[in-house]
Structure formats: structure tokens, C-alpha cells
Design a protein. Structure first.
Ligand code: S0N
Length: 279
């Protein structure tokens, strides 16, 4: 982390947001509650992810966490929804309204046309576990990462990507074990099940994630975007098709045919397409 010249992109209360050489780093910053998220946290995440998506200098995003906890030195990625902010109808924001906008964060990660790499320095629990599942790749601290699903302990369960997509990743039997038993899994166990890409010594974790991001940045941006959307498509139904097809339309806009179609309308004439029905 220290060797990377991160520049603060925007100040927030519950997260940090930095950028360096085409990489954005968004990190939970509530280590004393194991980086649990409240509505304010998710609003800030949405704002930062949206900025990363719109910033054309950014090609990859690291979702990470600050820490360790000042109370006991324990590292965490995220322990999910803040149970102290939970009311009768959901998680209560400072404005008194109940929100579940962590699912909006999940969708932004899932549909943003850039690679999102999850960096897990410690506990990844509940909704924090679900966030790691929805990211494109995950790197985990060899010494401190622990993966755990407590959703069924606290009746705050993710029936979407966090569970059903996890089952596609690790298999139905293992996903049911993770959710039904709520056990702890080490970084190596998570790697062996196929939900972690690499187990990295803790001190090297952030640098390794940055290096992975730099490798992605060396690739063709259109290819990364289309491949991500293609891999999402089969699991995302009509929305997956919409996202993928939108990019196909954008590519079609760049053809001579599209220019002719637009110009013919504006000039109030029939379009004169150069009829080449290519194979
Ligand atoms: C993370 C755990 C396992 C760590 O255990 P450890 O190391 O023994 O620490 P503790 O002493 O338990 O905790 C230290 C301090 O941190 C506070 N704290 C920890 N987690 C939370 C939390 N989630 N909310 C609020 N506070 C938390 C502790 O209270 C303690 O504070 P002090 O020192 O003051 O006592 C362990 O802490 C643990 O099990 N935590 C709870 C994990 C959990 O159950 N999370 C919620 C699970 N559900 C969700 O996240 C769903 C969220 C959601 O929004 C959703 C809803 C619908 C659909 C989808 C989703 C979705 O998942 O996205």
C-alpha cells in the first residue's frame, strides 16, 4: 500500500477513495465495527463507484478496507449490514428512512464496464461476503482473511448474487454448506473452492492487487468490457442481455451504416445503405 502513490479522490466519512495510474481504490473505513456498512456507507460507495465508472482514466477498481481495528488489531474486509442501524423494515439511514441500497452497490459492481477486484485483508462476512462474490476477482490475505456467511443467523439474507451466484461459483452443495452452517473458511479454503483467485501474504496484498489491476489495464478496454458483460449475460437474464446488447449498439454507432441512417433522417431522405450483407 505504501509504495503506491495513491491520491485521495474524495473525502468521505465511512470509506476512503483514492486513485493512482488508472486504478481506483475504494475502501471501507469503519474498522472498529469490522467495517459493517450502514446506509451512509452504501451511499458513499455508490458515489465513489459511480465516479470510477465515469472517469475515463480509470480502468480497474480495487474494493478493499482500512484497518486493523484500533480496539483489538483485528483485520476485516466487511462484516455486512450494520446490525445497530437495523430497524423493523431494514437498515435506517440518518434521514430515518429504511434502505437496502447495498444491492444497488452490488449492481453497480456487476454492471460497471471495468474490472472490480476485491481485496480481502480480514473478515468477509454476511453482506461483506456477498460483495466479494459479486466482484470480478478476489485476492485474500493468507494470514488474516476469513470468509463466513452469517445471513441465516441474523435473518438478513441475500437471496440474489450472494447466494445463488455463489452456488454457480463453488457448486450447490458447498454454497448450501456455507449458508446453512455459517462456518469460517480460510483464504486457502476459499481458494480451493474457487471463490478466491489468489492467496497473498498480508504485507503484499495491496501491492499484489494493484499489480493485478495494472495487468488488466494493459489489455484492450473494449475486450475487457465485452468479456465481463458476456460472462455476466447467462446469469443475468434479460438485464444481462440489455447490458451486453447496449454495448453492441454502441459499437454499431461507429459504422458507416449508422452514420448514413442518422444523416438520412436529419436530411429528410431515404437512407442509402451500402448494401454489403457481410457473412
Ligand atoms: C464479523 C465477525 C464474525 C467478527 O467477529 P469478532 O472478530 O469476534 O468481532 P466482534 O467482537 O463480534 O465484533 C467487533 C465489534 O464490531 C461490531 N460489529 C461486527 N460486525 C458488526 C455488524 N455487522 N454490525 C454492527 N456491528 C458489528 C461488534 O458489535 C463489536 O463491537 P463492540 O466492540 O462495540 O462490541 C462478527 O462480528 C460478526 O458475526 N458480525 C456480524 C456479521 C453479520 O451478521 N452481518 C450481517 C449479515 N447480513 C447482512 O450483511 C445482510 C446485509 C444486507 O444488507 C442484505 C440484505 C438483503 C439482501 C442482501 C443483502 C446483502 O447481503 O447484501
Amino acid at each position: 500500500m505504501n509504495s503506491i502513490a495513491w491520491q485521495t479522490a474524495k473525502e468521505y466519512d465511512d470509506i476512503t477513495y483514492k486513485k493512482c495510474n488508472g486504478v481506483a481504490r475504494i475502501a471501507f473505513n469503519r474498522p472498529d465495527v469490522r467495517n459493517a456498512f450502514r446506509p451512509k456507507t452504501t451511499s458513499e460507495l455508490l458515489d465513489a463507484f459511480h465516479d470510477s465508472q465515469e472517469d475515463t482514466s480509470i480502468g480497474a477498481v480495487l474494493l478493499s478496507a482500512e484497518g486493523p481495528s484500533s480496539k483489538d488489531g483485528v483485520y476485516s474486509f466487511c462484516s455486512g449490514g450494520d446490525q445497530k442501524a437495523r430497524g423493523q423494515q431494514g437498515y435506517v439511514g440518518e434521514d430515518g428512512y429504511h434502505r437496502l441500497n447495498i444491492l444497488e452497490v452490488q449492481r453497480l459492481i456487476r454492471f460497471m464496464p471495468k474490472a472490480v477486484i476485491c481485496v480481502v485483508p480480514g473478515w468477509a462476512v454476511g453482506g461483506g461476503h456477498s460483495l466479494h462474490v459479486v466482484c470480478d476477482m478476489t485476492l485474500a490475505s493468507k494470514e488474516h482473511a476469513i470468509f463466513k456467511q452469517t445471513d441465516a443467523d441474523v435473518t438478513s439474507f441475500d437471496g440474489g448474487y450472494g447466494s445463488a451466484y455463489l452456488a454457480k461459483m463453488v457448486g450447490q452443495k458447498k454454497a448450501r454448506e456455507i449458508f446453512f452452517l455459517g462456518r469460517n473458511y480460510s483464504a486457502q479454503e476459499a481458494f480451493d473452492m474457487g471463490m478466491v483467485n489468489a492467496v497473498v501474504p498480508h504485507e503484499e496484498l495491496e501491492n499484489a492487487a494493484y499489480e493485478w489491476a495494472q495487468e488488466v489495464l494493459a489489455k484492450s478496454p473494449t475486450s475487457i468490457k465485452m468479456l465481463k458483460f458476456a460472462m455476466n449475460l447467462t446469469d443475468d437474464g434479460m438485464v444481462g442481455q440489455q447490458v451486453f446488447a447496449g454495448e453492441a449498439t454502441r459499437l454499431a454507432y461507429m459504422t458507416e451504416e449508422a452514420k448514413e441512417g442518422r444523416d438520412a433522417f436529419l436530411e429528410k431522405r431515404a437512407p442509402n445503405f451500402d448494401k454489403k450483407w457481410l457473412p
